[in-house]
Design a protein around this ligand. Structure first.
Ligand SMILES: Nc1nc2c(ncn2[C@@H]2O[C@H](COP(=O)(O)OP(=O)(O)OP(=O)(O)O)[C@@H](O)[C@H]2O)c(=O)[nH]1
Ligand SMILES: [Mg+2]
Length: 481
């Protein structure tokens, strides 16, 4: 895609001072890349150039081909965490103009929908209390915080192991994970990170904004790699401004990335060969020939007979002969490392942008709102999850607990009633599950308060979309739709 590296990286919030700002120095021009030359293994007819998954085909040889794993070297010491001082973003925010009025609107309605009534510990002193409404988002935008591995106790609660950071990063680049909704993009991000960072649900349209996950990993060649993985919203047809912004967010991530990882899934069939989904074919065909593309074929754990994959692989190889094809099961962590190794080869040369401990450029509080939304996606049905957004009104680390208040925005009164449920049961259940998820993530007790609010038309209101964190990302239009 031949863009300037600084432009590419600027899409991602750069880490705060503490996050080892580029060891890069002035970027040497890359010059011709000797190792990329014409790929020798391709015959006249493009073979399915998929990378063997040891897991899928039970070929341990593929693993031994790689030779001994390069030893990781001493773990980089973490050093003190300088960014954790008193929170700087709490002061009054006079500049908000019209939006402040909106936030201050008292039309919250009756409050019986609150989850279990919390006992509040002594309140730490703070500046002017933020009004409810969409304000908290603006606060998190101002926060210098990024989320680090040390902030989330992943070893206790999340995936089995996070990849260890290599000592010396010699390749670094962005990898846009794009595809239809529900194919497993976010599940892959979590598996690659070793932390359940992105929310996952079986409802299409779960991811609404592009989420960065930083993975440091040593390739089988011994090269240290920094993957800036971008989990994007599923590309879909939809008529609201929110739908458009979600698609644009994915499109611009794909257009800017060093590597596009097109994720597709397999649907087990009773009989007959597997064939690619029409939309997947369109997407693959729409990608520029200059783009490095890896096609990840997810959910192979659902296949009884893995041989059914061969037809599918050949079909993708016909459409785009220069692509790498990697079958995997993101959920079962089967083929995930292999996929990273394949993608890593295509990353441009360059030093690390993020520190070895950095996980993402979003502040921890962002994930609190996402974990509430995740429970709504899992528990509510039909149009309710799509009509719901969550904003954080308060996020305060107290001495023994973190106090979090969220507003759940819905579009109509009926949706509000569904979410609250009979005698508040539904909201209580959402609150309990979300609290457990947040506690597991941040590793400390949480006191969570939820409010439900009717915010008519928020999905088509640019002001509300901005307030709720769904920024207008003016990326290129998708050519396939
Ligand atoms: N069987 C199986 N299910 C999977 C696998 N990976 C993901 N899933 C399931 O697929 C569903 C969708 O997963 P997500 O990771 O949310 O999919 P997504 O592509 O991020 O979806 P959007 O955010 O809506 O675009 C969830 O129910 C996952 O548990 C897999 O390898 N095998
Ligand atoms: Mg997703």
């Amino acid at each position: 895609m031949g863009k300037d590296r600084s432009a590419r990286v600027s899409q991602i919030n750069k880490p705060g001072k503490a996050a080892q700002p580029a060891k890069r120095g002035p970027k040497p021009e890359r010059g011709p890349k000797p190792e990329r030359g014409p790929k020798p293994e391709r015959g006249p007819k493009p073979e399915p150039k998929w990378t063997k998954s040891t897991e899928v085909h039970g070929a341990p040889a593929a693993r031994s081909e790689r030779g001994p794993k390069p030893e990781r070297g001493p773990k980089p010491e973490r050093g003190p965490k300088p960014e954790r001082g008193p929170k700087p973003e709490r002061g009054p925010k006079p500049e908000r103009g019209p939006k402040a009025e909106r936030a201050a609107k008292p039309e919250r309605g009756p409050k019986p929908e609150r989850g279990s009534k919390p006992e509040r510990g002594p309140k730490p002193e703070r500046g002017s209390k933020p009004e409810r409404g969409g304000k908290a988002k603006a606060k998190s935008k101002e926060s210098p915080h990024i989320t680090r591995r040390a902030d989330v106790p992943s070893e206790k609660t999340q995936k089995p192991k996070a990849p260890a950071a290599p000592v010396n990063v010699v390749r670094s680049g962005t990898v846009a994970v794009i595809g239809r909704p529900n194919v497993g993009k976010s599940t892959f991000l979590n598996s690659a990170l070793g932390v359940d960072l992105a929310i996952v649900a079986d409802t299409p349209g779960t991811t609404r904004t592009t989420l960065l996950g930083v993975v440091h990993r040593t390739l089988p060649s011994g090269e240290g790699c920094e993957f800036l993985l971008l989990d994007t919203p599923g590309l879909h047809d939809g008529h609201t401004k929110l739908n458009q912004r979600m698609n644009r967010s994915a499109e611009s991530a794909g257009a800017e990335a060093d590597v596009v990882l097109l994720m597709v899934d397999v649907k087990a069939k009773a009989t007959g060969p597997l064939s690619p989904h029409r939309e997947d074919v369109k997407l693959l065909e729409s990608l520029s020939p200059k783009t490095k593309v890896v096609v990840a074929i997810n959910k192979v754990d659902t296949l009884g007979d893995k041989a059914a994959l061969f037809g599918l692989l050949s079909r993708y190889a016909e459409i785009r002969p220069d692509t790498e094809l990697v079958p995997l099961s993101a959920r079962k962590l089967d083929g995930v490392s292999l996929l990273l190794d394949v993608v890593g080869k295509f990353l441009p040369e360059g030093g690390a942008v993020f520190g070895p401990d950095d996980l993402t450029d979003k502040p921890t509080r962002f994930f609190a709102s996402e974990f509430v939304r995740e429970q709504i996606l899992r528990k509510a049905r039909e149009e309710v999850p799509h009509a719901t957004a969550v904003s954080i009104d308060e996020y305060e680390d107290g001495p023994s607990k973190t106090h979090i208040s969220c507003t759940i925005h819905v579009e109509r009164d009926g949706q509000k009633r569904i979410l609250i449920g009979a005698k508040g049961e539904m909201l209580k259940e959402i609150g309990t599950q979300a609290r457990l998820r947040i506690e597991a993530f941040i590793g400390r007790p949480v006191h969570l308060t939820l409010f439900v609010r009717e915010t008519p038309g928020w999905r088509d209101d640019p002001r509300w979309l901005g307030e709720l964190g769904y920024e207008n990302n003016s990326g290129p239009q998708r050519s396939t739709s």
